[in-house]
Write a protein that binds this ligand. Structure first.
Ligand SMILES: [Zn+2]
Length: 222
């Protein structure tokens, strides 16, 4: 069996890689996002205000599900309440929060991202916008949980995105899909004299059914 410290080091390494990818993929500028991963009752999370390209093994930061610091000396991200609320309420093992530009723009315009694409179904249905509250607040965490009901991602009004998953890769991929759909809607909605066609609940249900079989039947994302 693998040494638990080795396992933790490997998970931290994966978290840092994911955090760096949010920057290189254009989802985060500077340190304006944060990433976490759950290992049993421990949550490893990016520390506050440290550039991801400077994070190393000695910066490992971990808290329990109540937010008490268990590992490290760096202060955990100020958005820790968002991450902990997700872990307490879902079976998620990874959470990604960003200020991705198109998603943040959409969060200022509508209470729900109009379903312009069938990948809406991959996030559980039309993506809601959680009403604005101060960053780092319990109020924002509560608003976010409301918006996440039956969804794996949401927008935070005038703020950004939150997505979770069974792995860091999945949470990051959902964030990227959400940002991409926001970009598509903004692009289509900005053409004068036209408004985007939207998918019906029935069309989204059919897409959800097919997506569930993706990777097993050879059918799926085309
Ligand atoms: Zn934020």
């Amino acid at each position: 069996m693998k040494d638990p410290f080795d396992r933790l080091a490997a998970v931290w390494d994966e978290l840092v890689t994911t955090a760096r990818r949010t920057v290189t993929d254009g989802l985060v500028v500077g340190t304006s996002g944060n990433v976490s991963v759950r290992v049993r009752d421990l949550v490893l999370v990016t520390p506050s205000g440290v550039r991801y390209d400077r994070l190393g093994p000695s910066d490992t930061t971990g808290v329990d599900l109540d937010g008490n610091q268990i590992i490290g000396r760096l202060r955990p991200t100020s958005e820790l309440p968002l991450h902990l609320a997700v872990y307490r309420s879902t079976s998620a093992t990874a959470v990604v929060h960003t200020h991705a530009p198109h998603a943040t723009a959409v969060s200022t315009l509508v209470p729900e991202l109009p379903p312009v694409h069938y990948m809406t179904a991959a996030l559980g249905g039309p993506v809601r916008v959680a009403p604005y509250a101060l960053y780092g607040s319990d109020e924002l965490a509560a608003n976010m949980l409301g918006a996440l009901r039956d969804r794996t991602a949401c927008l935070l009004q005038n703020h950004g995105t939150l997505a979770y998953g069974d792995s860091l890769d999945q949470a990051l991929d959902r964030t990227a899909q959400l940002e991409w759909m926001c970009r598509v809607w903004l692009t289509a909605a900005s053409v004068p004299g036209h408004s985007p066609s939207l998918l019906s609940p029935g069309q989204l249900d059919a897409a959800a059914t097919r997506l569930r079989g993706y990777g097993q039947t050879g059918d799926g994302l085309v």
